[in-house]
Design a protein around this ligand. Sequence first.
Ligand code: PLP
Length: 379
Amino acid sequence: MKVVGIFMAKHIPLATPTTYSEEMKFIKEAFDRNWVAPLGFNCDAFEQELCGYLGQEQYALATCSGTAALHLAVKLAGVKSGDVVLCSDLTFAATVNPVTYEGGIQVFVDSEPETWNMDPVALERAFEKYPQARVVILVHLYGVPAKLDEIQEVCRRHNAILIEDAAEALGATYRGRHCGTFGQYSVVSFNGNKIITTSGGGMLFARSEADRKKALYWSTQAKEPEMWYEHLDIGYNYRMSNVVAGIGRGQLLHLQEHRDKKEVIYRAYEQGLKDTPLTMNPYPEDTEPNFWLSCATLPEGYPVKPVELITRLKESDIEARCIWKPMHMQPVFAGNDFITAADTPVSSRIFHNGLCLPSDIKMTREDQQRVIDTIKSLL
Ligand SMILES: *Cc1c(COP(=O)(O)O)cnc(C)c1O
């Protein structure tokens, strides 16, 4: 880099897509075979290849986004107008918005401090207050698996359907089994900054062929098998295109490599920040996160706040980000209930004290050292 007068620091992004030549091969095949329409051989292959990777018998449906897949999951779970759905509180709004699309009512369930995900004790309390609830939407935040055994046990006892939002957790495992295989319906996302990307896209996983068929029907405009367009139901245009699926097939070849690079980044922060007041986002021993985003928290009451830290890092052209703002703190959900088992909500505490650190897998060791040194100089 040419330095003229002042030192121009290189921009360090939070996370950006990392692409290869394999994607072009699959895309080119779509063009060569003049198959640039929605659906087609790349979609079929991408669905099969991802099921193979996850290693459980399930039925996949490629969609135009993770949010679309979540909407289909909410429909499959039978959520109707006025139904209460118990949802992770600390997450991105896309996890819970599809409940509103179907007229359901979200009740938000607090996090526990060990994984930052839904607290099974708070979930139990939520069922005590809302015994009629039949659906739970659980997220694995930042690629750290939730306490699945405990959550599944509570769901079983209350005869509830578990929808698993694994949008951030593709490649993560819980007791040796992949996230995205635990829910009755599970969802992953291939949005631009996820661990692998198709530029935009998602996938729904169901446990039966009948469920996949129903989701396929809704996702392709709910057409009846007639010569003309006959409709008995409201449909959507939610399928993935054959070109986009080609990107996904190429990316999937690099998923494990991406996960491993993300872990190296997490370890370097863990090591580099160990003598600071920052604590890395935790995970239990029986899980292998995908380390999608490295996050850290400051102690409660620490004089420097994450928003100041993020602002100051930006001045050095380093992109850090706030933790997802909890759903119970969102103005749009001001009328929705929130259940916690703690004196102070865990989700709010993580939001106020935490931040997401640059986790781009193209970040060099030197770049990351600059991030660490800059953070140290600000604390
Ligand atoms: C990204 C994300 C989604 C939405 O996926 P899109 O593909 O962007 O629609 C849903 N839930 C969580 C937790 C996410 O991070």
